[in-house]
Design a protein around this ligand. Structure first.
Ligand code: PMP
Length: 427
């Protein structure tokens, strides 16, 4: 049993010693003290089904024994910077990661987070093309440092910092967008941005395959292939942000962009890559990677032995435990069950996503699509009381985000959907 500090004491310290901007998800915040695969435990030993572990990077499951063992063994042996010294872990993981990539994408730069990975990717694109303009999609989230906050396109995640050379394209939103599911129609906006907002040449286009923070919105089909063509014509590079949609989560493919039949010039990743260990990566072609030899790129902990050994173990576990296949099978079952629930509850406006990256958008009125902002918090809290944790997102904060560890089962799915049903019935 847990005998450490309890909720009230932690809250007191948080309010006194931590940033006043920190968020917590629940009315009565949860003190998480233990984790095991798809379960979390609070200070009283109460078990919760974690259907939002994906955001906190857990793809194999909390404290997966094989990943933990690799981390512990490596940290007992050596933890250091591998910018100046050799170590096999970084090289082995880079090789393994490159083997999961299509085309000529085989040079890896390691970072410590998704923000850092995207910052690096944007800089590489600017260096390679000699251009400054970046296009990202409205409703995107790409990070919280100067460049990536500019590329992020939701006011709730932006401070009033100088945003230089970033243009935000119309979101190919299949639920609320003007063109419905017709991706190619939205793509025309990217050409117009280039024609009317730039010199005609740009550095890069960056996008998620499925917007995570934006409320699990899969870009309308046909959008990315059309945009990639437009970007290449304007001399730009295409960057795929796989921070949420990578590592088998979409089930049908290992990377989210593969579901859209495109090959990016640069791929960025973080979160699931280390199963909870902080690590990010940028993968590109040898030709593009060459631009970083113009000066020194130094990142003290990027690619350190502990984090890269963990990442390598994650790839082995995904393969050995067939987690991508599981995401596909369990994810389809989850989506089917949620679609049935939609027939019962008017409040469910949309069920969407792929694999174990599923969104449920709540609306007060199906015709008007009025965001059901208050109701979602109520359901979220109620589900927590019944032992199920899910996330929320979307610009209006009215979309449930279901991104569990990839070891999630059909039984877990039944429990989640039944609990959601009860919570919605009690509204
Ligand atoms: N890209 C995407 C798609 C993300 O969802 C996030 C984090 N929510 C980031 C980048 C930034 O990653 P990090 O928080 O590790 O900096």
């Amino acid at each position: 049993p847990y005998d450490g500090p309890r909720t009230a004491e932690i809250l007191r310290k948080r309010s006194e010693f931590l940033s006043p901007s920190l968020l917590h998800l629940y009315k009565n915040p949860l003190n998480v003290v233990d984790g095991k695969m798809q379960y979390l435990y609070d200070e009283d030993g109460k078990r919760y089904l974690d259907a939002f572990g994906g955001i906190a990077t857990v793809c194999c499951g909390h404290c997966h024994p094989e990943v933990v063992e690799v981390i512990v063994n490596q940290i007992k042996r050596i933890q250091h910077s591998t910018v100046l010294y050799l170590n096999h872990a970084i090289a082995d993981f880079a090789e393994a990661l490159a083997s999961k990539m299509p085309g000529d994408l085989k040079v890896v730069f390691f970072t410590n987070s998704g923000t850092e990975a995207n910052e690096l990717a944007l800089m590489i694109a600017r260096l390679y093309t000699g251009c400054h303009d970046i296009i990202s999609i409205r409703n995107a989230y790409h990070g919280n440092a100067a460049g990536t906050m500019g590329a992020t396109a939701q006011s709730i995640w932006k401070y009033n910092v100088i945003q230089s050379g970033v243009h935000h394209a119309v979101n190919p939103d299949q639920y609320r967008g003007a063109f419905g599911t017709e991706g190619e129609k939205y793509a025309k906006d990217v050409q117009e941005i280039i024609d009317f907002g730039t010199s005609g040449r740009i550095a890069a286009f960056i996008s998620e395959a499925i917007q995570g923070v934006g409320g699990i919105m899969e870009l309308a089909p046909g959008y990315l292939p059309a945009v990639y063509k437009t970007i290449k014509k304007a001399g730009g590079l295409c960057i795929a942000d796989e921070v949420q949609s990578g590592f088998g989560r979409t089930g049908s493919h290992f990377w989210g962009f593969e579901g859209h039949r495109v090959i990016p010039d640069i791929v960025t990743m973080a979160k699931g890559i280390g199963n909870g260990i902080p690590i990010g990566a940028v993968v590109t072609t040898p030709e593009i990677a060459e631009v970083l030899t113009r000066a020194n790129y130094f990142n003290t902990f990027g690619g350190n032995p502990v984090c890269t050994a963990a990442g390598h173990a994650v790839l082995r576990v995904i393969e050995k435990e067939k987690l991508q296949e599981n995401a596909s099978v369990v994810g389809s079952y989850l989506k089917d069950r949620l679609k049935k629930l939609q027939e019962k509850h008017e409040i469910i406006g949309d069920v969407r996503g792929r694999g174990l990256m599923i969104g449920v958008e709540l609306v007060a009125d199906r015709q008007e699509k009025t965001p059901a902002k208050a109701e979602i918090l109520n359901i979220l809290d109620h589900m927590k009381e019944m032992g199920v944790l899910i996330g929320k997102g979307g610009y209006h904060g009215n979309v449930f985000r279901i991104t569990p560890p990839l070891c999630f089962t059909k039984e877990d799915t039944d429990f989640l959907v039944d609990v959601m049903d009860v919570a919605m019935s009690k509204l």
